[in-house]
Design a protein around this ligand. Structure first.
Ligand code: PLP
Length: 368
């Protein structure tokens, strides 16, 4: 990646939007496409059986990565897909109240806001973290484990444990799309009912994501098609057992095969937060830059006085710096912060101090 950025003269500091892919992931997917490609769960020929084994192994690897069993791991297209499926499962349960927070991404909150339940909002503390001591009583609690604007890991275990004191039957749903990049997840320790994340945010390809379901037998499928049904009778159908019953249609095979390679790479080489600390310190010296994140956050977000974030993004963009600008699909936290949008710098394990220094220089050139 470093070699690539230098050759192309691009400083890519937008991993939170999507992570660059390592050669190992690309190679693994190319090998699969060249040598082993066939559908999974459909055939009995040697190739098809081998693909079944590869998918089963990938599922075991993912399960191990988050502290789950493989029956609890459902392959989906991404966080958005998972959240929409979860919302439909909750609708089937006729839940009456859903607690959300202003840290939520549109992908997580809009699906659960649209199932006809009453929405309550968890208060945030003065540093914009979920106020662990004041979790509202609700049937469902949506927890954004790390906001894609604020970049601070939330105390998911304490939040869930306190929510259960209010309602022992609360169904907890964790959006781990950003958290998974920076911190180890243990769904067993957290005790959450659902958790999801997208493969592309950790260096796998787009089109694959993970939905963890603690008690898969307690929920019915919300998508229907091939692969999820055991028997079709005249007037009724019998679903397969989990996880198959949640995986209608052909899976994103190539992306799933690449996912464990991305997980391995991430475990060995998480983003180096010293780069963020360095950029935070340098940005705080620039007149006109107002940083909205904490110094120890996993990303640095800021606004530039007198300049629209989109203009800033374009100006640094033509100088070769890729950062995210706008409302980050997280309108609620932007509103809370009193801003329309901001600039966000985020890093992958492939970024270096040289990238951070070059980015600061470009930003200084733009804000003269
Ligand atoms: N949740 C959070 C916190 C995110 O940052 C994102 C993407 O930026 C999503 C959900 C949605 O992920 P995807 O677009 O991969 O479905």
């Amino acid at each position: 990646m470093q070699e690539k950025t230098q050759v192309n003269k691009i400083i890519y500091l937008d991993a939170a939007a999507t992570y660059q892919k390592s050669d190992a992931v690309i190679q693994k997917m190319a090998d699969f496409l060249h040598n082993d490609y066939a559908n999974a769960g459909r055939g009995v020929c040697e190739r098809a059986v081998k693909v079944d084994d590869m998918i089963a192994q990938a599922r075991r690897d993912v399960a191990k990565f988050i502290g789950a069993t493989d029956r609890q791991v459902v392959f989906v297209n991404g966080t958005t897909d998972a959240m929409n499926m979860i919302a439909q499962m909750l609708k089937q349960k006729n839940v009456r109240t859903v607690a959300v927070s202003d840290l939520d991404h549109h992908s997580a909150r809009l699906p659960v806001e649209n199932i006809g339940a009453m929405v309550v909002v968890c208060p945030l503390d003065d540093k914009y973290n979920i106020d662990v001591e004041n979790i509202p009583n609700a049937d469902v609690l949506l927890i954004t484990a790390m906001s894609n604007v604020i970049g601070v890991p939330q105390d998911v275990r304490a939040i869930i444990s306190n929510a259960k004191k209010q309602n022992p039957d609360v169904i907890t749903v964790v959006d781990a799309a950003q958290y998974v990049v920076h911190n180890q997840i243990d769904v067993t320790e957290w005790g959450c009912d659902f958790l999801c994340w997208s493969g592309h945010k950790i260096g796998a390809d787009t089109g694959v994501g993970v939905m963890f379901i603690k008690n898969p037998d307690d929920f019915n499928p919300v998508e229907f098609g091939g692969g999820m049904v055991l028997r079709v009778d005249e007037n009724s159908s019998v679903w397969n057992t989990a996880p198959d019953k949640f995986e209608a249609g052909t899976l994103p095979l190539t992306q799933i095969i690449g996912l464990p390679v991305a997980i391995d790479a991430l475990k060995k080489n998480r983003p180096d937060h010293n780069l963020i600390k360095y950029m935070y310190a340098e940005l705080s010296k620039i007149d006109g830059v107002r940083i909205i994140t904490q110094p120890d956050a996993a990303m640095v977000s800021f606004v530039v006085d007198g300049m629209h974030a989109l203009d800033f993004g374009a100006l640094v963009g033509v100088r070769g710096l890729c950062v995210r600008v706008g409302n980050m699909c997280a309108s609620w936290i932007c509103k809370k912060l009193g801003i329309d949008g901001c600039v966000r710098i985020s890093i992958g394990g492939y970024n270096t101090m040289a990238d951070a220094q070059a980015a600061i220089q470009i930003i200084k050139d733009v804000i003269k």
